[in-house]
Design a protein around this ligand. Structure first.
Ligand SMILES: Cc1cc2nc3c(=O)[nH]c(=O)nc-3n(C[C@H](O)[C@H](O)[C@H](O)COP(=O)(O)OP(=O)(O)OC[C@H]3O[C@@H](n4cnc5c(N)ncnc54)[C@H](O)[C@@H]3O)c2cc1C
Length: 496
């Protein structure tokens, strides 16, 4: 089932997108339209060109750029290295509950994502009632389970004053939310905020945390960096502003019913031009009139423009001619990517009923956080557990052979809670750092990097344009990817 398509002319797209550029966190600029059907000006195919635009990568940002370009009359060819579309949106359709390996939920202000979801008539699941019905997260510190009501007075609690009442995972987010000077998410890139381009650790110390408290709150299970020392707090402030924007509209945690992979599959299916899988791009060269892209199988494609959605962690291993310059080159070579590994487990027994603890837990051990997923028809049934070591813990596991890493994660959970012995079957694992088409999870700006090159990451290099979550300016995650695809499409349409 497909939602009705709105005719979109190139002129209308550019006008809308210009308005969006002025207010980049606003609602999406358009519903999709079939340019051919709408009669939009289609640039004539030029002899010697394989397309008007070659898009590298069929993740959310590349697909968004490709669709918008097609909807506005361009002839597009998409080259994707994997044997699937979606990139960092990847649903395990063959596991109970269809767990997500990548992008898993979105908020009510993810306007662009919701617009595409509606366009393809995909039903949504609001996960927030299930989460609210099962809020309990156990806390294990140094092998000991500590209940919330014992934590404030526990001798290992390193926090002071009112913070002693908060669990470690509530401290970093709470402090950042309460001390965020950004008026809007995109302000993270403003030179006026460069003084905040400092390590999260330093920021925590400035707010009065002891070293021990800063490490527990910011480094034990980091979402950004391997620890509080190698991430700029400006990036975390950006994330906080973005999250606040979502919550201001509603607290829902949405996903596509049955898996977010259905969204990227629908987007890919809506393309009219060629989408070629297993085409790993190894080189990009541009001249005054065209861009030539070479793949590892020897194939070559030429177009008037190229939109590249590859993460910089991958792109830095390709040959680019002419090379990127200055601050953008520095970004290409040095922008770090988050280490994030997931081990998916199916419970063979409800061991949590034996030890009386909730199935989900936050630990400072190498298994990281363990979340209980309730993705089935019965909202109370645990369809699976996923252990998510991040930062330092992911780095440790990523160096082990896969089977051994999975065994260690299950062994660690069994060590912490003996009732789990023999009850967990590890069925899948994904290390985003070891995934050679991602080489990390999401871009993490290190201290000083927002000021050094934040403004330059997305700058077009002649006919080579960039999109991808790392180039998003006002949105994060899946919405950021779509924002960036939209910007890149706009750049190209402005010069076709
Ligand atoms: C574990 C995890 C959890 C997440 N959770 C959330 C969440 O809850 N909410 C949220 O909003 N976001 C979340 N995200 C982030 C979100 O999924 C990403 O921001 C988004 O999917 C990135 O899209 P992209 O197009 O920028 O990159 P990608 O999806 O990585 O697209 C790049 C594409 O390029 C391809 N490629 C790479 N190298 C080559 C090559 N040499 N030649 C050709 N093609 C190549 C890749 O295969 C890929 O398909 C999560 C991500 C992860 C990994």
């Amino acid at each position: 089932m497909t939602a009705p398509r709105l005719p979109v002319t190139r002129r209308r797209f550019i006008a809308s997108a210009a308005a969006l550029a002025a207010a980049p966190h606003a609602q999406p600029l358009l519903a999709a339209g079939a340019a051919g059907a709408a009669g939009a000006a289609a640039p004539a195919a030029r002899s010697g060109f394989d397309a008007d635009v070659i898009v590298l990568g069929a993740g959310l940002s590349g697909l968004q750029a490709a669709l918008l370009l097609e909807e506005n009359g361009a002839r597009v060819r998409v080259l994707e290295a994997r044997d699937r579309t979606g990139g960092r949106v990847h649903t395990l359709f063959d596991l109970p509950g269809h767990p997500e390996v990548g992008g898993n939920s979105f908020g009510a202000a993810y306007g662009r994502v919701l617009d595409r979801v509606r366009q393809f008539g995909l039903p949504l699941l609001d996960y927030s009632p299930r989460r609210a019905a099962h809020p309990q997260l156990e806390f294990n510190l140094g092998g000991e389970f500590i209940r919330r009501d014992r934590w404030a007075s526990h001798p290992r609690n390193p926090f002071q004053g009112a913070l002693r009442e908060r669990m470690p995972w509530e401290v970093a987010g709470g402090l950042i939310a309460a001390n965020n000077p950004l008026a809007a998410p995109e302000d993270w890139l403003s030179p006026a905020n460069a003084r905040l381009d400092i390590p999260a650790f330093q920021y925590a110390r400035q707010l009065g945390l002891t070293e021990l408290a800063a490490e527990l709150a910011f480094s034990a299970n980091p979402y950004f960096g391997t620890s509080a020392h190698d991430v700029s707090v400006l990036m975390q402030l950006f994330n906080d502003s973005f999250v606040k924007q979502q919550i201001a509209i509603s607290g829902s945690m949405l996903s596509v019913l049955g898996g977010n992979g259905k969204l990227t599959a629908a987007m890919a299916g809506a393309l009219r031009g060629d989408l070629q899988l297993r085409r790993e791009v190894v080189a990009i060269s541009a001249d005054a009139d065209s861009v030539t892209v070479s793949c590892d199988d020897g194939s070559r494609y030429r177009a008037r423009h190229c939109v590249c959605s590859l993460p910089f962690s991958v792109l830095r291993h390709l040959r680019i001619d002419p090379p990127l310059q200055g601050a953008q080159s520095l970004a290409l070579q040095t922008l770090p990517y988050m280490l994030n590994t997931l081990v998916f487990m199916v419970p063979r027994r409800r061991f949590w009923e034996e030890d009386g603890l909730a199935p989900a837990m936050w630990t400072d051990a190498r298994c990281g956080t363990v979340m209980a997923q309730r993705f089935g028809a019965d909202p109370d049934e645990v369809t699976g557990l996923v252990a998510n070591p991040r930062g330092w813990a992911a780095e440790y596991l990523d160096r082990l052979p896969r089977e051994e890493a999975m065994r260690r994660v299950v062994g660690e959970i069994e060590r912490l809670r003996p009732a789990a012995k023999g009850a967990l079957e590890a069925v899948a694992m994904h290390s985003w750092a070891n995934d050679r088409h991602a080489r990390g999870d999401w871009a993490v700006f290190a201290p000083g990097q927002v000021s050094a090159f934040g403004q330059h990451v997305s700058t077009a290099n002649g006919r080579l344009h960039f999109c991808g979550e790392h180039t998003a300016r006002a949105n994060r995650g899946m919405e950021g990817a779509l924002e960036s695809g939209e910007r890149a499409a706009l750049e190209v349409l402005g010069s076709l």
